[in-house]
Design a binder for this molecule. Structure first.
Ligand code: F3S
Ligand code: F3S
Length: 123
């Protein structure tokens, strides 16, 4: 498991990470099917080479460099990244359902500005 896109991406989907990634492993991109429908972008772990270029590109600090560094309250989003496969509608749906379940479980935090959600989890 490589880098992980987590909760601050929900409601942001800035996509600067896509442009920063040298191996094109972050999806869906703005010009790919399903971009408007998904709540979050995902890093395909098999493709990611752990270069870390995406981390400083994200304006809301949504990307963690490992499973261990992803906050415990956002751990289920690791699974969303893990199952996502661009072009595989079943895998895309499965990943999205994980994200939607997370959003339902943290409805109060979804009202918090994305860049402040990680800190809000800790309260
Ligand atoms: Fe790309 Fe980030 Fe991995 S830039 S290669 S997704 S660490
Ligand atoms: Fe999301 Fe940040 Fe990329 S908001 S789309 S992880 S730049």
């Amino acid at each position: 498991m490589a880098y992980v896109i987590a909760e601050p991406c929900i409601g942001t989907k800035d996509s600067a990470c896509v442009d920063a990634c040298p191996v094109d492993c972050i999806h869906p991109k703005k010009d790919e099917p399903g971009f408007d429908e998904v709540e979050i972008l995902n890093i395909e772990p098999v493709e990611c080479i752990d270069c870390g270029a995406c981390v400083p590109a994200c304006p809301v600090a949504a990307i963690y460099d490992s499973v261990d560094s992803t906050p415990p309250s956002q751990k289920e989003l690791i699974e969303a990244n893990a199952v996502y496969r661009e072009g595989d509608s079943g895998a895309v749906s499965q990943a999205e359902q994980i994200v939607k379940n997370h959003m339902s479980a943290h409805a109060d935090l979804m009202a918090v500005a994305p860049a402040e959600r990680a800190a809000a989890h800790a309260k």
